[in-house]
Design a protein around this ligand. Structure first.
Ligand code: ADP
Ligand code: MG
Length: 250
C-alpha cells in the first residue's frame, strides 16, 4: 500500500503541493484529474523522487516502509515505474541495452539472452511495436505514439508493481490510444499492479473496469469519488464538480 501523508512539495522555492493526501492499496487503480497547473505532474515526479521537487513536509510510505527520502534508483528497485507525459529521448543507448542492464541490476545476476529475446518478441507483439524498435535508441526520432508504445515495451519487460501514467493518452490518435489502452489493461490483468492514472480524458478509462477518482485543485485533492464522478466532470467540468456536493472531501 502507498500512503502519501500530508505532503508539502516545493520546486524552485515555490510551493506546488500542500497537505496532499492519497492512499492506494495494492492492485488498485486510481485516477487523478484536475485543471492544468494543479500539480498532477508534480505528484507523479515527486513519487519518483525527481531532484527538482523537494519534500518540505509530510511523509510517503510504501508497505509500511518510509520512502520519503528515497532516490529514483531506489524507487525503480522498489518496482515503481513512471510513464512520462513527454518521454525522454536518449540517443546512442538502445532499448535492449537499457532494459537488459536494468533487469540484471534488479536481479543481481546476468540475464539469459535467449529468454530475454523471447520475451522482447512476445511483448512487441502485445503492444504492436515493430521488432526493430528493440535495437533503436530510446525514444530517439520517434513519433508521440511510438514513444508511448516504446515506454510500454520497457514496462512489460521490467514488470513494475506500481505504475504512474502521466497523461499517457495525450497526443495519441484513436488507433494508438486503443493499443495503449488494451496493452495496459492486459498488463493489469497479468500482474495486478497498482496504477495511478493522470488524465484529462475519460477515453483511456474505458479500458479499466474499476477505479477510484480524485480531483486535484490548488495544490491538493479536493474531492474523492468513483466512476460516477467522471460522468459529472465530463458533463459539468471541474469547477462545478468540485463546488457541488463536497460531502466526501478529505
Ligand atoms: P499539471 O501537471 O497539473 O498541469 P504541474 O504539476 O506540471 O501541473 O505544475 C503545477 C505548478 O507548479 C505549475 O504552476 C508549474 O508551473 C509549477 N511547477 C512545476 N514544476 C516546476 C519546477 N520544476 N519549478 C518551478 N515550478 C514548477
Ligand atoms: Mg502535467
Amino acid at each position: 500500500m502507498l500512503k502519501i501523508d500530508n505532503l508539502t512539495v516545493k520546486a524552485a522555492d515555490k510551493t506546488i503541493l500542500e497537505n496532499f493526501n492519497l492512499e492506494i492499496n495494492d492492485g488498485e487503480i486510481h485516477v487523478l484529474m484536475g485543471p492544468n497547473g494543479a500539480g498532477k505532474s508534480t505528484i507523479c515526479k515527486t513519487l519518483m523522487h525527481h531532484p527538482d521537487y523537494q519534500i518540505f513536509k509530510g511523509k510517503i510510505e510504501y508497505n509500511d516502509q518510509d520512502i520519503t527520502d528515497y532516490t529514483p534508483t531506489l524507487m525503480g528497485k522498489l518496482g515503481f515505474f513512471l510513464l512520462n507525459q513527454n518521454p525522454v529521448e536518449i540517443e546512442g543507448v538502445t532499448n535492449a541495452e537499457l532494459i537488459r542492464n536494468v533487469l540484471s541490476e534488479q536481479k543481481g545476476e546476468k540475464i539469459d539472452i535467449f529468454e530475454f529475446n523471447k520475451k522482447l518478441n512476445k511483448v512487441c507483439e502485445i503492444i504492436n511495436l515493430p521488432k526493430e524498435f528493440v535495437h533503436r535508441s530510446i525514444n530517439f526520432n520517434m513519433s508521440g505514439g511510438e514513444k508511448k508504445k516504446n515506454e510500454l515495451l520497457h514496462l512489460f519487460m521490467l514488470e513494475p508493481k506500481f505504475i504512474i501514467l502521466d497523461e499517457v493518452d495525450s497526443g495519441l490518435d484513436i488507433d494508438a490510444l486503443k493499443i495503449v489502452g488494451t496493452s495496459l489493461a492486459k498488463y493489469y490483468e497479468m500482474y495486478k499492479p497498482s496504477i495511478l492514472i493522470v488524465t484529462h480524458h475519460a477515453d483511456i478509462l474505458k479500458y479499466f473496469d474499476d477505479f477510484k477518482v480524485h480531483i486535484i485543485n490548488d495544490k491538493k485533492i479536493v474531492k474523492n469519488g468513483d466512476k460516477e464522478l467522471i460522468n459529472a466532470i465530463e458533463i459539468k467540468g471541474f469547477e462545478a464538480s468540485i463546488i457541488n456536493g463536497n460531502e466526501d472531501n478529505e
